[in-house]
Structure formats: structure tokens, C-alpha cells
Design a binder for this molecule. Structure first.
Ligand code: SF4
Length: 458
């Protein structure tokens, strides 16, 4: 209903975004910071920003997300937030005792031009940072980039602040999992363990944002990569970065800083991208792929073959984050579906080129918006209807307005559960994704079939 006023006629817009297909940088930075064990994210700006970022993450993960704020008022907004941040660092270490405070900036503190390393240096000089504790930072002005670039910057900060080389190579492989769910991070680790590969996964939000109910609140849950592990990433044999945009910068920084070579791969969503990940892991660690993993692959392939007739030729409109859209589009094309409207709010020329390559054989005109917004996405759907929508919870308005089956995928998903517990990466995750797509398509087929073709067996 909210979108009933979306017009079919498309007018070129340059200076106006309507219903953005992204959210702001600090949300991604906060999410990444929660993937460090014992870390309290800190928002250097006004209370309103911090409340919004926490509530967005809380609504998506259905877990209480803790973060501190510099609580800017008029004075800090004019003269800068140094006094607030120094005071905050003192209070946080005194009251909550985290291992790390991960500071990210906001539009306001970036516009003022606050220099976080200088302020942290002052806090150190004033004795506000206890021995063995750390303050790290990422610059995350939200008038540029998106939650994905914020995630990338905080992940990069983990390398800049912690990685060091002892001169002795270990047999471990660094894996930077990209902007994915805690369940996905868990699955990536499971695959590596199954293959007998020792890894350092960073960031790692599993057991932080999908922790079990124990009846006892823990400010710092047991999950997350430890500072010690982050320090030893500089000694690892190699780094696999999953997702160019979210993980590439940290992987390249490790290479430059500690000479740890890196390979940048797509997120392992779908058959081909998971094959590439498993193969890269196999080569990097010089191991062979165990039968258990081959069996999972075979099962996924079996679902694709059994149900191919229902995927074939179906048109899909999808919106989300660039790294996810790249793998998802490739997956859809590989099962003979046709992604024809693809929108991300995160700008990027390379993204567009990549999607053009992936959809090159799709026998239909493909619209790519990078950056685009939900309004344009809806207009494209009105002009060229599709069989399936995929995207975050905001897409539900378009799904209802146009009466199109909808699979929730990406961030944020605020009206369903499951994403933090069941992965979509790897072969098992791929099976779940296939099930979700099939359920949506077959439920619609059942609803719309005339009585004579209302089938019991599909
Ligand atoms: S866009 Fe800027 S001002 Fe708005 S919530 Fe995000 S950081 Fe704060």
C-alpha cells in the first residue's frame, strides 16, 4: 500500500534517492566489531545515530546489540568530540571492561573532522586505556558508501591495528567471510574443519549474534575472533577473502603489511562459488576434499536436477549488497533462472561489469542499478514483471503491491527469523536457498493452478 504511488513512467533522477537500497556505514562497522571477542562497538556521534544502528541490528538478529556512544550535544557538534570520547573510553573500560573498544565515526563527527587516532592517543597518554586493552577505529561517514563499506573499513582496521608478523609462518589460513550472517560464518568454519584446515576467521559473529538462550545475560558472549588470533593473522600461510567489496581491503592490507598472499573470491553462495571456495581452500592448505563435502555437493546437485523444470526460464528481480548479488545472480543463472532487474544501493562500476558478464547469456534485457533505489527497482518490475522477488524485508511492500512471490535474502530481514541460524553459504546453504525459492514458486503455482492441473506430486 505504501508503494501504490510508484509510477510506471521512469524519469531520470540524479539528485534524489527514493527508498534507498542500502543503509548507513556505521551499521556495518558495528556488525564487524561485534565479531571480535570481548569488543564493545562505540559510535562517535550523537545518541540518535547509535540508537538507530543498534536497533537495526537488534531487529535483524533478534539479539540485544550493545554499543556505546560519544553522546554529542551542541558543544561537541561545534567544537569537536575529543572530550566526549576520552571520557567515554574511561567510562567504558571502568564500567564494562571490554578487551577492545571499536570506534566508528558518524556523519556528524566526520563533518567536524575529528581525528580518532589523535583522540585515542590522548586517552592513552592520560592513562585511560588499561594495559592489554585496545582502542581501534574506522572512518565511516554515511554520506558516502553503505553498510558494506562500513563493514569493510572495520574489518580492515582489525588488520591495521593488530596484524603483525613474527617472521615464522604458521599452517593456518585466514578467512575473511564477508558481510554474511553469523550462521554463514559458522558454516564456513564447519567446511574448513571438515576439510581438516586450520583457520582464523575474522570477523566472526557466530555465537555472538545467534547465541543460545541460557537464561543468563552476557555482555560479551563467547564467540568472536580473539585479539591474539587477529595478531597472528600476519603469520598465516594465506588469506581467502570472500566478497570483493567487504573483504578485499583487509586481505590486501595483510598482504602489504605482513606479506600474507591473498586470494579474493566471491561469497560461496551457489554451486559454482562454493566449488571455487572449496577448491581454493584445498589448494591453500594442500588437503583433499573429504567424501562428506562431496556428498553435500551431490545432494545439492540432485535437488537442482530434480526440480530444474520449475526453475527454468523464471524471471527474477533482486536487490541487496554487491557481493551477495554477484554470487546470487551467478547461482540463479546456473540453474537457468533469469535475473533481469538487479539493484544495489552501494555504488560500484566493477559490480556492474561483473553482473553484465554473469548475465551475458540471459535471453532477456537485464537492468542493473548500481547505485539504484527501491523506487527504480519497483518501476522496472512494473514495466517488465517477474516471477520472483529476492531481497531484504523492505521488498515485501513491492511483493504485496505487485502480487509476486518473494524470498527474503540479505540485510536487513526484520520480519522473519531463520537467517541467523540457517546458512545460505556452502552446499548445505545452497540447498536451503533452493528450498526457499522452490517453496515460493510452487506455493504460487498451487494457488494459481486450475483444478485439473492442481498436482499432488511435483
Ligand atoms: S546517515 Fe549519518 S546521521 Fe544518519 S544515522 Fe547514519 S551516521 Fe547517523
Amino acid at each position: 500500500m505504501l508503494l501504490r504511488h510508484t509510477s510506471k513512467e521512469i524519469v531520470n533522477r540524479k539528485a534524489l534517492t527514493i527508498n534507498p537500497a542500502k543503509t548507513c556505514q556505521p551499521i556495518g562497522a558495528m556488525y564487524a566489531a561485534l565479531g571480535i571477542h570481548g569488543c564493545l562497538p562505540h559510535s562517535h556521534g550523537s545518541q540518535g545515530c547509535c540508537a538507530y544502528h543498534r536497533s537495526t541490528l537488534t531487529r535483524h538478529y533478534k539479539e540485544p546489540v550493545m554499543a556505546a556512544t560519544s553522546s554529542f550535544t551542541e558543544g561537541a557538534s561545534v567544537f569537536g568530540g575529543q572530550a566526549n570520547l576520552v571520557q567515554a573510553i574511561d567510562n567504558i573500560f571502568t564500567i564494562y571492561d571490554p578487551e577492545v573498544i571499536a570506534v566508528h565515526t558518524t556523519c556528524l563527527s566526520e563533518t567536524i573532522g575529528d581525528d580518532i587516532p589523535q583522540i585515542a592517543g590522548k586517552a592513552q597518554a592520560d592513562g585511560k586505556i588499561p594495559a592489554g586493552k585496545y582502542v581501534i577505529h574506522a572512518n565511516t561517514p554515511s554520506y558516502t558508501g553503505s553498510h558494506v563499506t562500513g563493514f569493510a573499513s572495520m574489518t580492515r582496521a582489525m588488520v591495521d591495528y593488530f596484524a603483525r608478523s613474527s617472521g615464522q609462518r604458521s599452517d593456518r589460513i585466514n578467512i575473511i567471510p564477508g558481510y554474511v550472517e553469523p550462521s554463514d560464518m559458522e558454516e564456513i568454519r564447519r567446511i574448513a574443519v571438515e576439510m581438516g584446515v586450520r583457520i582464523i576467521l575474522f570477523p566472526d559473529t557466530s555465537n555472538v549474534l545467534n547465541r543460545p538462550q541460557t537464561g543468563r545475560y552476557e555482555m560479551f558472549p563467547k564467540g568472536g575472533v580473539t585479539v591474539e588470533e587477529l595478531m597472528s593473522t600476519g603469520d598465516s600461510r594465506t588469506t581467502l577473502a570472500l566478497g570483493r567489496l567487504a573483504s578485499g581491503s583487509a586481505a590486501r592490507a595483510l598482504d602489504t603489511r605482513c606479506k600474507v598472499p591473498c586470494e579474493i573470491l566471491d561469497l560461496p553462495i551457489g554451486l559454482n562459488a562454493t566449488d571455487a571456495f572449496v577448491d581454493a581452500l584445498r589448494k591453500a592448505a594442500a588437503v583433499s576434499v573429504p567424501d562428506t563435502i562431496t556428498t553435500e555437493r551431490g545432494r545439492m546437485l540432485d535437488i537442482i536436477t530434480d526440480m530444474h523444470q520449475y526453475f527454468y526460464g523464471k524471471k527474477v528481480a533482486l536487490t541487496g549488497d554487491p557481493d551477495q548479488l554477484v554470487s546470487l545472480s551467478e547461482f540463479l543463472v546456473s540453474i537457468d533462472m533469469q535475473p533481469i532487474h538487479i539493484v544495489t544501493g552501494t555504488p560500484g562500476k566493477k559490480f556492474e561489469t561483473r553482473i553484465r558478464e554473469i548475465t551475458g547469456e540471459v535471453p532477456h534485457r537485464v537492468n542493473i542499478g548500481a547505485p539504484g533505489d527501491m523506487f527504480l527497482f519497483h518501476q522496472w518490475i512494473k514495466n517488465d514483471p517477474v516471477d520472483l522477488l529476492m531481497g531484504n524485508s523492505y521488498v515485501k511492500y513491492i511483493a504485496r503491491d505487485e502480487d509476486i512471490p518473494f524470498v527474503r535474502f540479505g540485510f536487513p530481514i526484520t520480519d522473519r527469523i531463520g537467517h541467523s541460524y540457517f546458512p545460505t553459504v556452502g552446499y548445505r546453504g545452497g540447498m536451503r536457498l533452493l528450498e526457499k525459492i522452490l517453496d515460493a514458486l510452487l506455493d504460487r503455482k498451487d494457488r494459481d493452478s486450475p483444478e485439473e492441473s492442481f498436482e499432488l506430486v511435483m
